[in-house]
Design a protein around this ligand. Structure first.
Ligand SMILES: [Zn+2]
Ligand SMILES: [Zn+2]
Length: 327
């Protein structure tokens, strides 16, 4: 591919690290329709500014940066209300769908508008910074949830995002945190990174177990990080009356919601999409080690090996979390 051209309000970033997202892997096979070739994928990146457009202010060559995965317009009603993740004209880097194509960061260079840039703390490496997008999804889910000090929480799904949610819930002041998953080594990692107790779904009846361990009450807060009918139903069944459920996972476009449980127990449901201004906090949380991203990084490999890492992630035979490519 030729080197990207930059507009007057854009900078050219030499990419040092770019994470492979689940959406890239599922997009590659054509099933989502959001990676229509030809497209340079990649939206979880960090690097060095090597050129700035004529109207760029406050950024210079040599600045170490990361950037939001979403280019928001700043002019539509959601943007003007501060909800940039819900922008009517949002374009995700590394995505090509029916409406647009915007090249991403699995490349030596990527063009990025200045209004989505963030400066890296001096002590933060590029590959850690490339994890900020995933961290921001977890932190946003927690910001969408009204948490009171010492709340009891359950995270359903201990994948990459679920484990980051565990860490964010801990940082937000939750007390006892449970994590549930079908895979034992994910639960092990969840425990290592802050879950107090884990539940192996499939081996135990998760709601029954949660009720037992909370004196029949249920948890104050649940975060669903999978997005399937059984996991949603588990989360609902584990909540106390008046509890809150935040929905991050959306694997299936439709699920069966136990309506009466939600209505009669007055549960609050919060949808959570991408992130909305949480990047600076996330960069700080990573830099200070409050959120551990190293334990979730399975491999850092050269971009030239990208195709084979995509294949391995697609096959899903290995317990891989985040794979980061270095152009
Ligand atoms: Zn992503
Ligand atoms: Zn907008």
């Amino acid at each position: 591919m030729p080197e990207p051209e930059i507009g007057p309000e854009e900078v050219l970033v030499a990419v040092n690290a770019c994470g492979i997202c689940g959406s890239d892997v599922h997009g590659m096979d054509g099933s989502t329709g959001r990676r229509r070739p030809p497209i340079i994928m990649g939206h979880e990146a960090a690097g060095l500014i090597v050129r700035v457009g004529a109207d760029v202010e406050g950024w210079a060559e040599g600045d170490r940066v990361t950037f939001d995965s979403t280019v928001y317009c700043g002019r539509c009603p959601p943007c003007r209300a501060g909800r940039i993740n819900l922008c009517d004209n949002r374009r995700v880097l590394g995505v090509s769908c029916e409406e647009y194509r915007r090249h991403g960061a699995f490349a030596e260079y990527v063009a990025v508008p200045q209004h989505i840039l963030y400066r890296l703390p001096a002590e933060l490496s590029f590959y850690r910074a490339a994890m900020v997008e995933a961290v921001s999804i977890a932190v946003h889910a927690v910001s969408r949830t009204q948490i009171r000090l010492d709340d009891t929480a359950l995270v359903v799904g201990a994948g990459m995002i679920g484990i980051l949610v565990v860490q964010a819930l801990r940082a937000a002041g939750c007390g006892r945190i449970f994590a549930a998953d079908l895979v034992p080594n994910r639960l092990e990692l969840a425990r290592k990174l802050g879950a107090d107790e884990t539940l192996l779904a499939g081996a135990v009846d998760v709601p029954q177990e949660i009720l037992q361990r909370t004196g029949g009450r249920g948890v104050d807060v649940a975060v669903e990080a999978v997005g399937l009918t059984p996991t949603l139903q588990t989360a609902v069944a584990c909540l106390r009356k008046g509890g809150q459920l935040t929905l991050v996972g959306n694997f299936a476009p439709k699920v069966d919601l136990p309506l009466q449980a939600v209505v009669t127990r007055e549960l609050t449901l919060n949808g959570s999409c991408a992130s909305c201004g949480e990047y600076p906090a996330c960069l700080d949380l990573i830099a200070r080690g409050t959120i551990d991203v190293d334990s979730l990084t399975s491999a850092i490999a050269p971009l030239a090996e990208g195709a084979s890492w995509f294949k391995r992630l697609y096959e899903g035979k290995e317990p891989l979390m985040k794979v980061i490519l270095e152009p």
